[in-house]
Design a protein around this ligand. Structure first.
Ligand code: ZN
Length: 275
């Protein structure tokens, strides 16, 4: 577990996604309520873990799942998402999360907190869409076509970025992204040093300083949390924003995605679903 200390605090090894400065700390009190197997995009058998809390959430699950599938690209969801999980840490905190179901990264669990589901139509709920698409960005960039299992504890080869989920393939999106953006100005080196800080408060302060010192490179403070979060955040803004003309590094990060026709297609597909 080289980096992203957040993972250590989360029982389900969920990829934790929240702002560094929202006043939210990584939440160790995430309660798993229920999970469903998913086959080709269809909900299967439910496993109820918290009877009491499940009562209110289960009856709307089909509707929620259909809404998620309306927004997120069907082909990818059907291929990778094999489990839907309902968890909660109360309102706010973690809205959604994803995790690979095993080390192969072939199948993923998509988790949502029913306490954070917006009322009515989701199409104009920007914060919520941000989270849904950000999480999808992890599946897109960390699945088994992108990252392979590895026994490595530390980054040993500069040519291949070591993620928490394994070693990035040379042509993977995240590897190309790291090569293009995180070796500039020794960013990866500076960030790796911060990962060694054991005190979590200090580490979050250092990460926030890191963000402030490189503000023109990141769309959000959370993007500075790691290359994996950076590519997921950049992916979201690639989908949401018009093609940028600016020369800032963060603009270049959006232009990065335009090099891949399949991602431009996904962008079009999602934009038509959310407009
Ligand atoms: Zn994330």
């Amino acid at each position: 577990m080289k980096k992203k200390i957040y993972l250590l605090f989360i029982p389900a090894l969920l990829i934790q996604c929240l702002s560094l400065r929202n006043g939210e700390k990584p939440d160790s009190d995430l309660i798993e309520i229920a999970k469903w197997s998913v086959n080709e995009g269809k909900l299967g058998t439910a496993t109820i873990l918290q009877q009491e809390q499940a009562k209110n959430t289960i009856k709307n699950i089909e509707e929620t799942w259909i809404k998620i599938k309306t927004i997120l690209p069907e082909k990818y969801m059907a291929q990778y998402v094999k489990e839907l999980e309902i968890f909660t840490d109360g309102a706010d905190g973690t809205l959604a999360g994803v995790k690979p179901t095993d080390e192969s990264n072939e199948s993923w669990s998509y988790g949502i907190d029913p306490a954070d589901l917006p009322e009515g139509d989701w199409q104009n709920k920007e914060d919520f869409l941000h989270t849904l698409l950000h999480e999808f960005g992890h599946i897109l960039t960390l699945n088994n076509t992108q990252v392979e299992p590895s026994e490595l504890d530390f980054q040993e080869d500069e040519a291949r970025y070591l993620t928490n989920e394994g070693l990035a393939k040379i042509d993977s999106y995240v590897n190309q992204f790291v090569q293009q953006f995180w070796y500039q100005d020794d960013l990866l080196f500076e960030w790796d040093k911060i990962q060694k800080t054991r005190n979590l408060d200090k580490k979050l302060d250092q990460l926030y300083d890191f963000y402030k010192n490189h503000k023109t490179k990141f769309y959000t403070d959370y993007a500075a949390e790691s290359p994996e979060e950076d590519i997921a955040e950049s992916w979201y803004y690639f989908v949401l924003l018009d093609k940028p003309e600016g020369r800032l590094i963060k603009n270049q990060k959006l232009l990065f995605f335009y090099k891949f026709p399949e991602l431009v297609l996904l962008r079009t597909e999602i934009r038509s679903a959310i407009r």
